[in-house]
Design a protein around this ligand. Structure first.
Ligand code: SAM
Length: 364
């Protein structure tokens, strides 16, 4: 069970923070650890160890101090507990108060019992959904509601990303916590460009989804003064609008000078004269098509000064150096100079493919 490891003198402060943030696993107790440390049991959806909210304190896996069953399967009806342990899903995902689980093989016949056991074990979860794959043009998840704690069946919920709230709806719009550390790298790179240019920047994110790239950037005073954000999926855009309004309202140095929320095909943005040549930073997160879309997006960048692109793509692992050259070629074919390109694998995708992040700086 995941625990936050803290010096024992700080236990009460961290307990209070975890409780008020709904990150405390209330069915287990605080455990004593070696060297005058304590372990605070965390719920599954508590932010990952790398999140800044933990102030660098480690997360460790230790046996939970029982205050009742430590695993949801122990809450299944007794007859089901006789079945082999590998009948039951070993993983699930939590977004806010919604838990999403894949029911494969024999587990599929026991959805109701699984959902009931999970609701009993995880007090912060409202809705349990079975993940039936992806559907539609926007490849959002096909979710089947198994059980609700309070009869509400909607999947709109709020997650915390680097300490900031983000509205999401796993049945309607793409969102993944997996790029969380990449969002921190985006912040670092944008800080550097901002320092080099000596003024706040305008950011364009035409594949923004619900906008998880933004909260860190909105929260930093003086970093950006404009945000052009959009998505082709109208449901994502509705959440994006709610999120941007909220992050704007939380800014310590007042709202950004310019925000535009656009529901359109990113490939058509540059047909709009109000969007051409406006951005200092362009984010491109359409992993199967990022490189192919680039030429149509370059006219969005402001000419005459250094600009930056950060993008994410799924590529053949064997051909990453060719991809780096191809990126450089796309930029130079479209009039870019002083080109710096960095492309590297950030995680595996399949045996031959991997997920890469790329960052390009140039003038146009
Ligand atoms: C991989 S998701 C990334 C979302 C978001 N940037 C994030 O990190 O969570 C790609 C997004 O692009 C949107 N999309 C797909 N094709 C598009 C297009 N041609 N123009 C604009 N958005 C598009 C999808 O609806 C989806 O929300």
């Amino acid at each position: 069970m995941r625990h936050l490891r803290v010096p024992s003198a700080e236990t009460q402060d961290w307990l209070a923070l975890c409780r008020s943030s709904n990150w405390l696993l209330t069915t287990a107790g605080v455990v004593r650890l070696e060297g005058d440390f304590r372990g605070i049991p965390l719920v599954e959806h508590a932010p990952a160890e790398a999140d800044l909210c933990w102030n660098g304190h480690l997360h460790i896996e230790v046996e939970g101090k029982g205050k009742g069953p430590v695993h949801w399967t122990e809450r299944l009806p007794e007859a089901l507990q006789e079945l082999p342990k590998d009948t039951w899903p070993s993983a699930y995902e939590i977004q806010g108060d919604v838990l999403i689980v894949k029911l494969e093989g024999p587990a599929a016949a026991h959805g109701e019992d699984i959902a009931q056991a999970m609701l009993e074990q995880l007090p912060n979860i409202r809705l349990i959904c079975a993940d039936e794959g992806v559907k539609g043009d926007f490849r959002v998840r096909d979710l089947n509601v198994l059980k609700s704690r309070d009869e509400t069946e909607h999947t709109r919920t709020r997650v915390r990303e680097h300490g900031h709230f983000v509205w999401v709806d796993p049945a309607k719009a793409y969102f993944s916590t997996r790029l969380s550390s990449e969002r921190e790298k985006t912040l670092t790179s944008i800080r550097k460009l901002r320092a080099d240019l000596g003024r706040p920047l305008v950011l364009a994110d035409p594949y923004a989804g619900v906008g998880p790239a933004f909260p860190l950037l909105f929260a930093e005073p003086g970093l950006i003064d404009g945000c052009l954000a959009g998505d082709l999926n109208p449901d994502a855009v509705e959440l994006l609008r709610m999120n941007v309004d909220y992050w704007q309202s939380k800014r310590s140095d007042g709202p950004l000078k310019r925000t535009e929320i656009i529901c359109a095909d990113a490939l058509l943005w540059s047909d709009n004269p109000n969007l051409r040549e406006q951005a200092d930073v362009l984010l491109v997160n359409l992993p199967h098509d990022s490189l192919d879309h680039l030429p149509s997006l370059l006219p969005l960048l402001r000419p005459g000064n250094p600009v930056m692109i950060r993008g994410w793509a799924i590529r053949e692992r064997e051909h990453l150096s060719e991809d780096t050259d191809a990126l450089r070629q796309i930029l130079s074919d479209n009039g870019a100079n002083e080109i710096e390109v960095d492309l590297s694998e950030i995680k595996g995708f399949s045996t031959s493919k991997c997920f890469v992040a790329f960052e390009c700086r140039f003038t146009i």
